[in-house]
Ligand binder design. Structure first.
Ligand code: ADP
Length: 203
């Protein structure tokens, strides 16, 4: 199935834009949702995580102890690589499964770190970047997550730069002080284009 990879920095509006595509009947596969599912109680990654890191990384309910794992991988690149070696192949396989099972003209795959983890770019047919200024990201994420300005800046610093993301884009949705109606009509325009591209690709 023809796939549009949707990416953008934290707070850029990926989820908001993906929801607008869903309104057109487009299947949305969200790699963050999949990452969460495989580390939920009984999730496919859990036995592998226990094997690699020990049972101390499992919360009482059987899910990944996210706070503890976040603290570890933040300061330990080797542990980060080990965790990703477990989760990334599972996320990839599940994403492919959902992509093939999807109905509709094409599928939107939300990949927050599409530009950072280069391989994703080759797995999708088109890259759509949701773009906004850093101050907009900071204001949104401070409000949404009750984070401090410093916390948001630390996350942004670990993500690709705005320039790197834009360089990887086939299409860009500007979502700064964009009214919802404008965002919605921009998505409608892109949707029409993607329907055409998906049709042409299937011929
Ligand atoms: P991401 O998924 O990229 O982290 P979200 O789609 O969750 O970003 O958007 C971050 C926050 O900003 C959410 O609370 C969302 O409702 C809000 N937001 C996003 N775009 C707009 C917009 N154009 N106008 C108003 N609020 C917006």
């Amino acid at each position: 199935m023809f796939a549009v990879g949707l990416t953008g920095g934290i707070g850029s509006g990926k989820t908001t834009v993906a929801d607008l595509f869903a309104k057109h009947g487009v299947a949305v596969v969200d790699t963050d949702v999949i990452a969460h599912r495989i580390t939920a109680p009984g999730g496919a990654a859990m036995p592998l995580i226990v094997h690699a890191f020990g049972a101390t990384f499992v919360a009482p309910d059987g899910s990944l102890d996210r706070a503890k794992m976040r603290a570890l991988v933040f300061s330990d690149n080797e542990a980060k690589a080990k965790l990703e070696a477990i989760t990334h192949p599972l996320i990839r396989a599940e994403t492919e499964r959902e992509r093939e099972a999807a109905t509709g003209p094409y599928v939107v795959i939300v990949v927050p770190l599409l530009v950072e983890s280069g391989a994703w770019k080759t797995r999708v047919d088109r890259v759509l970047v949701v773009d906004c200024g850093i101050e907009t990201q900071i204001a949104r994420v401070m409000r949404r997550n009750a984070f401090s300005r410093e916390q948001v800046l630390a996350i942004i610093a670990r993500q690709a730069t705005r320039e790197a993301r834009l360089a990887a884009a086939d299409d860009v949705v500007v979502n700064d002080a964009t009214p919802m109606e404008q965002l919605s009509s921009e998505v409608r325009r892109l949707h029409r284009r993607y329907v055409g591209l998906a049709r042409a690709a299937s011929r």
